[in-house]
Design a protein around this ligand. Structure first.
Ligand code: MGD
Ligand code: MGD
Ligand code: SF4
Ligand code: MO
Length: 821
């Protein structure tokens, strides 16, 4: 039973372009891919008279939406996916896009992994041999067993990204699911998490504790700022509410170096120079301060502005002034009592220090001497620290007219409520995490937070329904860090001062060698690992570098539950079809592998594990149980109420809007020094893509990329209807830059820098700022003439937030003189 396969079953770039050209867009749904014998549909779901069955599922591709879908099966084949209706006031949340519509085709994609395969020939050469599950499982069990015996549990690492948060088979936070959590915590394995989106996640959500208003609330805004993103194409579930707001007369401002589909619908377009938004934000803040446009009442009552800061940057606590700290309630996470030691403010009314609660009029400006401590309120400290960012200076840094910055500041302060939608244009440079403190400061200055229509950021999720994480945990992982540190770890054989020798790498729930930055360095690191497994639905760029490939089912082929919701109805997927081909779920695979290793760590059936995870006391109380969900009903998360739609700020210490960090903690702690600027709103130019970088003599163009309307990251890369609409990657280049280089519309170009290069077709356009080029994210290596988007990016990360800096590169473009297949 041996069969040698080329990576995509003979599908080359040219062959692919021809194939998709032959497929008509709509008629193609259902099964234009691999020829398939009809498979028996699952017995559950509801049947209609004409023999069709419908199921409740979800579009689970990580576009941020997870739209609830109704999926239709006819004669054992998935033939249709449509958006589910939601009752009552949630009816407005009904949503869908072409990518959800095409999911039935994705089930039958030509690049699906069908059976286990092992590598024959060099790693990455793309030569595979079909093997039996028995052989795959025995080989993996033997390799893992030997690694653990010789090098300890940490020698086995799971590397994942955002493919699925399914509680049975996914990998939230890198490993959290029954399948991977129980294994990794049982052996003390290593967890390699994602680097994407972490500037925003770590700085804004984790450290500042800020979550935005529900996107539905954008319809209440008077002004919407779409900052560093393209919601018309990459956040369609937010865009619908932007459109609602616009119909009611709201102003839309887009800040982006590309004139995107969203920019086209905007009242104001701000073509900022990439990587400089932080300076723009601080200049807006200074303009607001200089012109007295602040909401001082909000600053005093609901923000950290009055908190007193000592010279060492920490807060003056009441214990510093002789009032001993007291014990508060036990923290369920640590099992220890919390410590109550309020921060002191200066009460202007009393001319004395006090707690914020007790003070009649807390000072937000000035400097004070309190019992020998020289202190200043947070606002005073921040105001002084950002004073260099005048409007004039920002105009230079951001390449924007001074008047436009002033106008932006005026509108932000006076035409509220302002809903700021933040996207990854603000998070994909090495130092972009500072942007989120700056935005919090702007909101604190003007009161654009905590009320309908006023938000500091957009919220792709309605939060998380409670679930029982203990079902995953048999111990703790051995080491846990961003997978982007893999080159460093393989080089040093250490992490955070401890020895670490990774021998087995298990890639799942992510396509890291396509989607993380610095692909060539990551590939070099992976090459140093003794044994690499990849479990995926499709033949991905990551799969290409594995030793063993394991086929897992499309989400329509598994029953699973995802606690993260973008609508107030927890995401449940019924099993629509039995897994196609020889696919097995991640959990089933882990059951087989661990049994072979002599471990007994999955004592329950899949259904019983789902019950254990979902049926918490609180969920049972609100009727959100496994038994209810598995019927396919939409079950509302009753805890999702107005107060969660619009997070409030208040006078209690924990409720105050933070823009200053007393104790800035890095995302991955490996003994690095934490700079003082991590406490404050701050601007620092990008790592590579900044104006004065001498490297610009060689590579004058700023690079960035975008999330295409026809991809969810690397997913749907070979789905025929998608590639009919967007057949190949295009490099967007401004007409002036193109003319200077003799490049014409449709020419193939080579874009390159010291990290690598890619060859693709040029799209010459006025819709991108001169000096900037954009290359799409998500295409696979085989879809470029040569190279890859991530061959231009690099592994450098800011070590505070450990975020992949996808847009932080310089490059040059030239006409490609080679032949194009
Ligand atoms: N169709 C589709 N939708 C998706 C996804 C997908 O893959 N496909 N992915 C989902 C996920 S996980 C995410 S994180 C989001 C991403 O959503 P977005 O961040 O909206 O996605 P992008 O298209 O990358 O938009 C980034 C924009 O930032 C601009 N930009 C680049 N550098 C800068 C800069 O320095 N400053 C400013 N102001 N702008 C800059 C780019 O020109 C680009 O237009 O999309 C989600 N939705
Ligand atoms: N240049 C550039 N790069 C970028 C970006 C950019 O803007 N520019 N954006 C970045 C962003 S914002 C993000 S969020 C990342 C996304 O990075 P990734 O999360 O790596 O992207 P996906 O392509 O969605 O990869 C998910 C993989 O998980 C697989 N999968 C799905 N379900 C399951 C399952 O149940 N089990 C297993 N084992 N596998 C499953 C899918 O088939 C798919 O191959 O990309 C980042 N990369
Ligand atoms: S890609 Fe996103 S918006 Fe489109 S159907 Fe899927 S979940 Fe919904
Ligand atoms: Mo993302």
């Amino acid at each position: 039973m041996s069969e040698t396969k080329s990576p995509l079953g003979g599908l080359t770039r040219r062959g692919f372009l021809k194939t998709t050209g032959a497929v008509t867009a709509v008629a193609a749904v259902a099964g234009t891919g691999a020829a398939l014998a009809p498979m028996p549909a699952n017995a559950e779901g509801s049947s209609s008279a004409d023999g069709e069955q419908t199921f409740r599922s979800a579009c689970r591709g990580n576009c941020g939406s997870r739209c609830p879908l109704e999926v239709t099966v006819r004669e054992g084949k998935v033939v249709k996916a449509r958006p589910m209706d939601m009752p009552g006031e949630d009816a407005v949340r009904k949503r869908f896009c072409v990518k959800g519509f095409s999911q039935p085709q994705r089930v039958y994609d030509t690049d699906r992994l069908k059976y286990p395969m092992k590598r024959v020939g060099e790693r990455g050469a793309g030569e595979w041999e079909r093997i039996s599950w028995d052989e795959a499982v025995s080989t993996i069990a033997e390799k893992m067993g030997a690694a653990i015996k010789d090098y300890g549990g940490t020698s086995v690492a799971v590397w994942s990204s955002y493919g699925s948060y399914g509680v049975l088979n996914g990998a939230m936070a890198g490993y959290m699911s029954v399948a991977y959590g129980r294994f990794i915590t049982a052996v003390g394995g290593s967890v390699l998490g994602a680097g994407a989106d972490t500037a925003q996640q770590h700085e804004q959500s984790t450290l500042l504790g800020i979550s935005g208003n529900d996107f539905v609330d954008a319809a209440n805004a008077k002004t919407i700022i779409s900052w560093g993103g393209n919601p018309a194409e990459a956040y369609v579930h937010a865009w619908q509410f932007v459109c609602d707001a616009r119909e009611k007369g709201a102003k839309l401002i887009t800040i982006d170096p590309q004139f995107t589909a969203s920019a086209m619908h905007s009242d104001v377009y701000v073509p900022v120079r990439p990587g400089t938004d932080g300076a723009l934000m601080l200049a807006m803040a200074n303009h607001i301060i200089e012109n007295g446009l602040m909401d001082e009442e909000f600053m005093r009552s609901s923000t950290v502005s009055p908190f007193l800061v000592k010279e060492d940057g920490t807060y003056l606590h009441m214990s510093d002034l002789g009032t001993p700290a007291t014990e508060g309630p036990v923290d369920p996470r640590t099992g220890k009592p919390t410590v109550i030691d309020p921060v002191a403010v200066w009460d202007e009314a009393a001319g004395a220090p006090a707690t914020a609660d007790a003070a009649q009029k807390p000072a937000i400006e000035g400097s004070f001497e309190v019992q020998g401590f020289a202190v200043k309120p947070v606002y005073q400290v921040v105001k002084e620290s950002i004073s260099e960012y005048t409007v004039e200076r920002a105009a230079d840094i951001c390449d924007l007219p001074k008047e436009q910055i002033e106008e932006l500041a005026r509108v932000y302060a006076t035409e509220g409520p302002v809903y700021v939608m933040t996207f990854q244009g603000l998070g994909h440079h090495a130092n972009s995490h500072h942007n989120f403190k700056n935005l919090a400061f702007l909101a604190a200055l003007t009161g654009n937070a905590g009320k309908p229509g006023a938000s500091i950021c957009g919220s792709p999720s309605t939060g998380m329904v409670g679930y029982n994480v203990k079902a995953y945990m048999l111990g703790t992982p051995g080491a846990s860090f961003c997978g982007m540190y893999l080159p460093k770890v393989m080089e040093e054989k250490k992490w955070a001062g401890q020895d670490l020798e990774i021998r087995v790498l298990w890639c799942c729930n992510g396509n890291m060698l396509s989607c993380e930055s610095g692909r060539q360095d990551l590939i070099d690191a992976v090459k140093k690992i003794d044994f690499v497994v990849c479990a995926d639905v499709n033949m991905t760029d990551t799969a290409q570098w594995a030793d063993i490939l394991l086929p897992v089912p499309h989400s329509f082929e598994v029953q699973d539950f995802d606690p993260v919701c973008s609508v107030p109805y927890p995401t449940f997927t019924q099993k629509v079809l039995d897994p196609l081909y020889e696919c097995k779920t991640d959990l089933e695979i882990m059951r087989l592998v661990t049994a072979k290793m002599g471990m007994d760590i999955y004592p329950k059936s899949d259904d019983d594990f789902l019950k254990e995870v979902i049926d918490t006391e609180a969920n049972v109380k609100q009727g959100c149980t496994f038994d209810e969900l598995k019927t396919g009903k939409l079950v509302r998360d009753a805890s999702y109420t107005e107060s969660r739609m619009v997070p409030k700020f208040g006078s209690a210490e924990a409720q105050r809007l933070k823009y200053y960090l007393e104790k800035p903690t890095p995302r991955n702690n490996f003994g690095q020094k934490i700079a003082d600027c991590e406490r404050l709103p701050y601007y620092e130019h990008a790592n590579e893509a900044y104006e004065e970088n001498p490297l610009r003599d060689k590579y004058p163009l700023f690079g960035c990329s975008e999330h295409s309307k026809y991809h969810v990251h690397s997913q749907l890369a070979y789905t025929p209807v998608m590639r009919e609409l967007e057949p190949e990657p295009l490099l967007k280049v401004n007409a002036t830059d193109a003319a200077e280089r003799g490049i014409q519309q449709g020419d193939y170009v080579r874009v390159y820098n010291d990290h690598g290069y890619a060859v693709l077709k040029a799209r010459v356009t006025e819709g991108i700022k001169p000096g900037v080029v954009s290359i799409p994210h998500g295409f696979q290596a085989s879809q470029f003439v040569e190279g890859h988007t991530q061959d231009l990016t690099n592994v450098y990360m800011n070590d505070f937030c450990s975020n992949s800096a996808f847009y932080d590169f310089l490059c040059e473009v030239e006409k490609y003189e080679g032949g194009v297949r």
